[in-house]
Design a protein around this ligand. Structure first.
Ligand code: AMP
Ligand code: GLY
Length: 422
């Protein structure tokens, strides 16, 4: 079978790497891919936004499965025309991708089945939003309803800050259409975890646990990013907690989506807050986490391709996945300045030496070749990933690999995994 992966980040490199190892895959393509993905797949010069180009390529080349990595093409509806063409797709329909594309939609799903989540209100007008803020007080969280590249969540310590955020979104057009509706919700305490389940429309199969590090600086300081590192397993997600998350959050969501006529097929990624053993839903994403996917793919022993096909075909019921008992940890190396402004084009050396270390795989998140030079082409650029018997050992290996990489214009956190290691 021929497989086409859509995207160009570290998540898509990890998926490409796992799929290229499948005994069912004759050929793996990536559109548009990056310099690292070119080592595991054939990169084709079609952008993730070019739906007609992707559709044409998949038809002309008899692609058996299209794996859509990022949220933007899913929310914009790339899966639907492919399915219409009779091509198998891993990733939800536009209607099911509303779980990530609209926070208000997710809240309605939660209400319909009493799924535990922060209490909230949603508004398109300033006056009722401000009334609501005065009533509930601070601290409080203000969110743009739509996709805002991870920047649409304002944690407001005071009513004044919350009011400014509401005005910014509704009057100042700060996030464009994504901020034309705001969700104002209760500020939850606790520890965050990422939870993933494959869903075939009816059956949900939980994946191994993982935890992300969203803040840019050591000790969880500084602004939020897409994720500066991750590890798996996450000790906070015990077996008992997994059962509760499945029973109170994932299964009711899967049922509701099916009842609404838009069954969810793909990977459902729940961002959770856990306090005193009680999980609450912060948000849904309709794709793998980045960089959580990188540690999950390192630990996955089963062939990924049949699992993704089972998601499309509705065959998860009798499916099982096997995981390495070893732990995986990934460190994101980013261009200096990220998540603010940064410059592309700096040269990176030493990636081959890092890849040669035992148990290490360097996934590329934003790279290109310029002649024989490897250059940085993004904020997050490399995900230096290691597998080892314990999280502490995986951490040591990953940082040993980081230290063989010579990239003066890059930086990383030095404490990925600290909660698990303590
Ligand atoms: P989201 O994009 O909704 O996951 O929000 C981004 C980040 O903001 C989350 O990972 C949390 O760290 C934080 N956050 C979002 N909503 C809440 C909330 N209701 N209470 C506390 N923290 C939150
Ligand atoms: N690492 C968090 C995300 O992919 O949204």
């Amino acid at each position: 079978m021929k497989v086409l992966v859509i995207g160009s980040g570290g998540r898509e490199h990890a998926l490409t790497w796992a799929l290229s190892a499948s005994s069912l895959a004759d050929e793996v393509y990536a559109a548009p891919g990056n310099a690292g993905m070119a080592e595991d797949a054939t990169c084709i010069d079609i952008a993730a936004e070019d739906f007609d180009g992707i559709r044409g390529f998949a038809k002309d080349n008899e692609v058996g499965l299209v794996v859509i990595g990022p949220e933007a093409p899913l929310v914009a509806g790339l899966a639907d025309p492919l399915v219409e063409d009779g091509i198998k797709v891993f990733g939800p329909s536009a209607a099911a991708a509303r779980l990530e594309g609209s926070k208000a939609f997710t809240k309605e799903v939660c209400d319909s089945k009493a799924i535990p989540t922060a209490s909230y209100g949603h508004f398109t007008e300033v006056a009722p939003a401000l009334d609501h803020l005065k009533k509930v007080g601070a601290p409080i969280v203000v969110k743009a309803d739509g996709l805002a590249a991870g920047k649409g969540v304002i944690m407001a310590e005071s009513v004044g800050d919350a009011e400014a955020a509401v005005r910014d979104m509704l009057e100042g057009n700060r996030f464009g259409a994504a901020g034309a509706e705001v969700v104002i919700e209760e500020w939850l305490g606790g520890e965050e975890a990422s939870f993933f389940a494959l869903v075939d429309g009816e059956t949900a199969l939980p994946l191994a646990s993982a935890q992300d590090h969203k803040r840019v600086g050591d000790g969880d300081t500084g602004p939020n990013t897409g994720g500066m590192g991750a590890y798996s397993p996450a000790p906070i997600v015990t077996e008992a907690l997994t059962g509760r998350i499945m029973d109170t959050i994932i299964q009711p969501t899967v049922r509701t989506m099916a009842e609404m006529g838009c069954p969810f097929k793909g990977v459902l990624f729940a961002g959770l807050m856990i306090e005193d053993g009680n999980p609450k839903l912060l948000e849904y994403n309709v794709r793998f986490g980045d960089p959580e996917c990188q540690v999950l793919m390192m630990r996955l022993m089963s062939d990924l391709l049949p699992a993704l096909l089972a998601v499309h075909d509705g065959g998860l019921k009798n499916f099982d996945l096997r995981w390495h008992a070893d732990a995986a940890l990934t460190v994101a190396m980013a261009t200096k300045g990220y998540p603010g402004a940064y410059e592309n084009g700096s040269e990176i050396k030493g990636v081959e030496a890092a890849n040669a270390l035992p148990g290490v795989k360097v996934f590329h998140a934003g790279t290109a070749r310029e002649g024989d030079k490897l250059i940085a082409t993004g904020g997050r650029v490399l995900n230096v990933t290691a597998l080892a018997p314990t999280i502490r050992q995986a951490q040591a290996r990953a940082y040993e690999a980081v230290d063989t990489i010579d990239w003066p214009n890059g930086f990383c956190r030095r404490d990925i995994g600290f909660r698990a290691v303590e």
